[in-house]
Design a protein around this ligand. Structure first.
Ligand SMILES: NC(=O)c1ccc[n+]([C@@H]2O[C@H](COP(=O)([O-])OP(=O)(O)OC[C@H]3O[C@@H](n4cnc5c(N)ncnc54)[C@H](O)[C@@H]3O)[C@@H](O)[C@H]2O)c1
Ligand SMILES: O=C(O)C[C@H](O)C(=O)O
Ligand SMILES: [Mg+2]
Length: 572
C-alpha cells in the first residue's frame, strides 16, 4: 500500500474546494471535513480515489468527440489535480492523444472560443513593465523546478496560434508530471504573447490575446531576455523548456542561453534525441552502421535541423568519422527543394550552411545543377536509406516517392514525423503496403498498427519527443544541473534506444509503447542524472551510483495526502 503523506494546509471551506492542488472533493475524510469547514459543503458519502476515477471515467465516456473529452479533462484539471492525473495514469494510452497530440492542436486553434478558465502565466508584450510582479504573483509560495514556455509562432504543424500557445506549454507540462513524475505544483506553463501574424485571429473579435501583429527584432529579444533573466534570478536551478518557437528564434535563443542556464528546446533537442533512439533501433534491425546510411530530411525547420545535427553528431562520435564526412550523408529539402548552392546564400538560413549541397552533384539532373530539385528527383539519385519528414506537408511522401525509395534499398527507414495526424507525410499503413511490409516506420502522432503481408500486425512506433523529454528534464532537474549538455541528451537517447522492442523482435515496434512511457522515462532520467554527475554538470553531493535511488525518491505520484489544518504554517 502506498504511504499517505501528511500535509499542513492553511485553506478552509470554499477556498480549499476551489484550489485544484489541494481539493479532494468527495474524498475528504470525515475528520478533514470537520477540521476544514467542509461538512455542510459536501454530500455525505466519502469516496475513495478509485471510486472518483470510476465516476470521472464514466462521465468522460459520455463525451462523444476527442475535443469534448479534452474539454472535460481540462475542466477536471482545474478542479482536482490528483484525480486528473490519477485518471490519466489509469488510461494512459487512451487519454494521452486526448490531452496531447493530436487533439490538443484542435483545442489550441480554438482557444479563444473554448476559453473558460485561465491557467499558467500570460506574459503579454504591452505589460512588459509589470513582468516581474506578474511572475512573482503567479509563483508565490512555490518552488518552481520546471518552466515550459512558448511564443506560439510554430505550434505543432499548425503555425502561429497567438495566446492559444499556452495550451502547448500546459500540455507539455502535464506530460512532464504524468510520464516524468515531476510534481505539477513545481511546474509553470508560460505563454509569451508578443502578438500574432495569424490573420484569422487578428480578425476575430473573440480573440482573447493581444490583437496586434507579432513584435520582432530588438523589442522581441528584449522581452524574451527579460523573461529569461527573471527565471535565472528567481529559480536558478530550474529547467527552462522552450516549445514551438519559430525556427529562426528557436535556434538563436537556444544558442544564446544554453551556457548560462539549463535551457532545452524540445523541437530541436527532444526531437533530435527521440529520432536518434528510433534510428538506432532501426539500424539494429537492418544490421548496418549509422555512417552507412544516406539521409533525406524533408522540412529543414527546428525539428529537421535538430534531427540532422543530432544524427550527425552521433555518427561522428559512434563511427569515428569526420564532421565533413558525416555532413555529406545528409540531403535537406525545404520549400524550395533541395538545399543546394544555386538557392543563393541569401535564401539559405545561416544554421543550414554546413548542409548545403554542391550544384555539381546535380549536373546530370538539371543543367549546370541549377533549378529546383524536388523530393522524388532527390530520392531517385541519392537512393536514401532513411527518409525523415518534418515539413508539415501532409501526404508529401507519395506512392511514387516511397516506391522509388524501396527500389534503392532493402529496408527503407521512413519516419513521417509531422503532427498533428492529418499533416503526416505518409500514412504508415500506405507506406507499409507500398513496400510490402519492408519499411521500418515511425510517426510523430499515434497511428493504428499496419498489416504485414503475413497477416501479422506491425506496431507503428510513436517517435514523439514526449517519449524522451520528460526523462531528460527530470534528469537535469534532480541533479540541479545548470546546463543541459549534449552529452546528457545523448545518454538519455542511448538509454531509450536500448529499450526498443525491435531489439528483441525485428518485427516489433522501433520504440516502446506510450503505455510504458513512465518506466521508459524513469530509465532516461537515471541515464541523464548519471551522466550529469559524472561529467560535473550536476550541482549535488551524491554519487553517480545513487542516481537511480534519487530519481525514485523524487517521483511525484497522484495520490491524496492526509491534511492537518495549520493556519499559521500550512500551505495555501
Ligand atoms: N514527432 C515529433 O516529436 C515532432 C517534434 C517537433 C516537430 N514535429 C513536427 O514537425 C513539423 C515541423 O515542426 P518544426 O517545429 O520543425 O516547424 P518549423 O516551422 O520550424 O519547420 C517546418 C519546415 O518545413 C518547411 N516546409 C514547409 N512546407 C514545406 C514543403 N511543402 N516542402 C518542404 N518543406 C516545407 C518550412 O519551410 C520549415 O523550414 C510539425 O508538423 C511538427 O508538429 C514533430
Ligand atoms: O507536440 C508534439 O506532439 C511534438 C512536437 O513538439 C511538435 O511540435 O509536434
Ligand atoms: Mg513542439
Amino acid at each position: 500500500m502506498t504511504h499517505q503523506p501528511v500535509f499542513r494546509v492553511a485553506l478552509r471551506g470554499d477556498e480549499l474546494l476551489n484550489n485544484p492542488r489541494f481539493n479532494k472533493g468527495t474524498a475528504f475524510t470525515v475528520t478533514e471535513r470537520k477540521a476544514f469547514g467542509l461538512t455542510g459543503r459536501l454530500p455525505y458519502k466519502v469516496n475513495t480515489l478509485d471510486e472518483q476515477c470510476e465516476r470521472a471515467y464514466t462521465q468522460l465516456q459520455g463525451r462523444d468527440s476527442p475535443i469534448a473529452k479534452n474539454s472535460f479533462l481540462q475542466s477536471l484539471k482545474s478542479q482536482n489535480l490528483v484525480l486528473y492525473y490519477n485518471l490519466l495514469t489509469r488510461h494512459l494510452r487512451e487519454l494521452i492523444p486526448i490531452i496531447y497530440t493530436p487533439t490538443e492542436a484542435e483545442a489550441i486553434s480554438n482557444y479563444s472560443h473554448l476559453f473558460r478558465r485561465s491557467e499558467g502565466l500570460y506574459l503579454t508584450f504591452p505589460n512588459e513593465d509589470s513582468m516581474e510582479e506578474d511572475f512573482l504573483e503567479q509563483t508565490k509560495g512555490r518552488n518552481i523546478d520546471l518552466i515550459v514556455c512558448s511564443d506560439s509562432e510554430a505550434i505543432l504543424g499548425i503555425g502561429d496560434q497567438g495566446v492559444g500557445g499556452i495550451g502547448i506549454s500546459s500540455a507539455k507540462s502535464v506530460i512532464y508530471s504524468l510520464i516524468g513524475g515531476i510534481d505539477p505544483s513545481q511546474t509553470l506553463s508560460v505563454v509569451l504573447d508578443v502578438g500574432t501574424d495569424n490573420k484569422d485571429l487578428l480578425d476575430d473579435d473573440l480573440y482573447v490575446g493581444w490583437r496586434q501583429e507579432r513584435v520582432r527584432g530588438e523589442e522581441y529579444d528584449r522581452f524574451v531576455d527579460k523573461f529569461v533573466q527573471l527565471v535565472r534570478k528567481h529559480f536558478p536551478h530550474s529547467l527552462l523548456h522552450f516549445e514551438d518557437f519559430g525556427v529562426s528564434n528557436a535556434q538563436r535563443i537556444l544558442k544564446r542561453y544554453r551556457d548560462s542556464h539549463a535551457v532545452f528546446n524540445d523541437d530541436i533537442q527532444g526531437t533530435g534525441a527521440v529520432t536518434l533512439s528510433c534510428l538506432m533501433a532501426a539500424i539494429g534491425v537492418t544490421k548496418t552502421k549509422l555512417s552507412e546510411q544516406r539521409f533525406i530530411v524533408y522540412g529543414a525547420g527546428s525539428a529537421g535541423l535538430g534531427i540532422t545535427r543530432q544524427l550527425r553528431d552521433a555518427i561522428v562520435t559512434m563511427d569515428s568519422i569526420s564532421v565533413d564526412e558525416a555532413n555529406s550523408l545528409f540531403y535537406l529539402i525545404d520549400k524550395h527543394g533541395l538545399i543546394k548552392q544555386s538557392l543563393g546564400q541569401a535564401n539559405i538560413r545561416d544554421d543550414l550552411q554546413e548542409f548545403v549541397r554542391s550544384d555539381d552533384e546535380w549536373a546530370e539532373v538539371k543543367e549546370n545543377g541549377a533549378g529546383e530539385i524536388g523530393l522524388l528527383e532527390t530520392v531517385k539519385k541519392v537512393k536514401p536509406t532513411v527518409l525523415i519528414g518534418c515539413s508539415t506537408h501532409g501526404g508529401a511522401f507519395t506512392e511514387e516517392v516511397v516506391k522509388a525509395m524501396a527500389e534503392g534499398c532493402d529496408r527503407p527507414i521512413i519516419f513521417p514525423l509531422s503532427n498533428p495526424s492529418k499533416l503526416v507525410e505518409v500514412d504508415p499503413k500506405d507506406a507499409n503496403d507500398w513496400t510490402h511490409g519492408k519499411a521500418l516506420l515511425a510517426t510523430g502522432s499515434p497511428f493504428p498498427p499496419a498489416k504485414m503481408p503475413n497477416g501479422k500486425d506491425y506496431v507503428i512506433a510513436e517517435c514523439n519527443n514526449a517519449l524522451i523529454y520528460p526523462g531528460l528534464g527530470f534528469g537535469a532537474i534532480i541533479t540541479r544541473s545548470r546546463r543541459m549538455t549534449d552529452t546528457m541528451i545523448i545518454a538519455g537517447a542511448r538509454r531509450l534506444a536500448s529499450l526498443s522492442p525491435a531489439l528483441k523482435d525485428p518485427d516489433d515496434a522501433l520504440l516502446p509503447d506510450f503505455a510504458d512511457a513512465p518506466d521508459v522515462n524513469f530509465e532516461v532520467a537515471v541515464a541523464v542524472a548519471e551522466q550529469a554527475v559524472e561529467e560535473g554538470s550536476a550541482d549535488v553531493h551524491w554519487k553517480k551510483e545513487e542516481a537511480r535511488e534519487k530519481v525514485r525518491q523524487h517521483l511525484w505520484r497522484p495520490i491524496y495526502g492526509e491534511y492537518v489544518f495549520d493556519e499559521e504554517h500550512g500551505m495555501a
